[in-house]
Structures are given as C-alpha cells and as structure tokens.
Ligand binder design. Structure first.
Ligand code: G6P
Ligand code: MG
Length: 212
C-alpha cells in the first residue's frame, strides 16, 4: 500500500533544470570546454561537485581548491538565475500534485540533491506541504545511489516498498529503484526508459494510477 512519496525538485516541481544548465554553460564557456544541452542531460540529478567533475572530464590542472572555486562561481550564477523565483515559478499542477498526496494522507518528502532546495521551496511557498526535506549534505553518496530516497523513507517512517519516487533524471530513477521504490518519471519515455510510469509533466500526476 502506498504510504509516502519522495519528490525531486529540479525539473519536477519547477524549471530550475534550465537555470542549472545556463549557469554550467557559462562556466564551461569560461573554461572553453564544449558543453551543450545534450551533455547537460548527464548532469541532471547529479550533485554540484559531481557535475563539475563530469564537465572537466580528465582535463588536468584543476586541484580541489580550484574545483571549489569553480563550483562556487557556478552557484553564484545559479543564485542570480533563481533570485526572482516565486510561486509563479512552480510548474503548473505542482502544488496540486503535493496537495493530492496530502489529501490522501501520504507522507511527503523532498529528495533533491540541491543544497539550494530549501531556499527554492520557501520562495515558491510550498515548504509547508513537505513533512521532511532531506539534506543532501548529510548523505554518503548522491544519486544514482539510493541514499537520499532511503533517508526519505526513514524520515517519514515508511518502508521503501510503501513509497513512490518522482524524478525527471535517469540518475534519479536509478536511485529510486536502488532504494526499492517505484518510480514516476516526468519527461520522455526515451530519456527515462526504466521508470514504472511516465508522465509528460507534473500536471499529469495522478495518484490513483500509482496506488493500485
Ligand atoms: C539537482 C539538479 C542538478 C544539480 C544538483 C545540485 O539534482 O538536478 O543539476 O547539480 O541538484 O544542486 P546545487 O543547487 O546543490 O548545486
Ligand atoms: Mg531533477
């Protein structure tokens, strides 16, 4: 029986995937590293330092201190991108998806790799709809490891098998499955071939379909 749902944030509840892309693109351009939206797909759901490592690849000369400087630069640009975020930046139907879960008495967790997630959900005025927000800094491994979804189940006091995860990224769907949960993929079937259900957008979230 379904007792809890763990939502990813970026690309599921709001269009920050674009904002992350623009900030990484600026950094890649500065470093003269080729980077486009296709390359960006592999970064979705991947934490900040992991994303930077994917962009730098095996280029030499970027020690730990330099990597932290570059990641901080990217985050400063990202913060500029989201400076004016408000409730209108929620995807259509995002609040309603959370409210469906509330009305059904389910536990609701935010399972985002983003350290900016608490700021964003506060700005979009949906913080009160979550029972728990998992702090990605507290986890040993990021997506595709299951840690964040396991932490969500634990925080809600539900078994993973009683939970659903909602994700837009392949690394996220992998993490949900590794945790032993069913996955709702938001996006294209081609991009998320392993998701148990696919919806084009969060506006199509329909709890009844996943509760059987
Ligand atoms: C999410 C996004 C990623 C981002 C990560 C870390 O998972 O999909 O694109 O790199 O969060 O975000 P942060 O805000 O902590 O840099
Ligand atoms: Mg995402």
């Amino acid at each position: 029986m379904l007792k809890g749902v763990a939502f990813d944030l970026d690309g599921v509840l709001t269009d920050t995937a674009r904002a992350h892309y623009r900030a990484w693109k600026k950094l890649a351009d500065m470093l003269a590293i080729p980077f486009d939206e296709e390359a960006n797909e592999a970064l979705k759901g991947v934490d900040r330092m992991g994303s930077l490592a994917l962009i730098l690849g095996d280029r030499p000369g970027h020690d730990e201190a330099e990597r932290i400087r570059l990641a901080t630069l990217k985050n400063d640009w990202y913060l500029e991108e989201i400076a004016h975020f408000g409730p209108e930046d929620l995807f259509p139907g995002a609040r309603e998806a959370l409210e469906q879960c509330r009305a059904a008495g389910l536990g609701i967790a935010l399972a985002s790799a983003s350290r900016n997630a608490p700021l964003l959900i506060a700005r979009m005025q949906v913080a009160e709809l979550f029972d728990t927000i998992i702090d990605p800094a507290s986890l040993a491994a990021g997506k595709p490891a299951p840690d964040i979804f396991l932490a969500a189940a634990e925080a809600l006091g539900r078994a993973p098998a009683e939970m659903l995860g909602v994700e837009d990224a392949p690394a996220g769907v992998q993490a949900i499955h590794a945790a032993g949960m069913k996955a709702v993929g938001v996006g294209d079937r081609a991009a998320l071939p392993d998701a148990d259900w696919i919806i084009p957008a969060i506006a199509d979230f329909d709890l009844a379909a996943y509760s059987a």
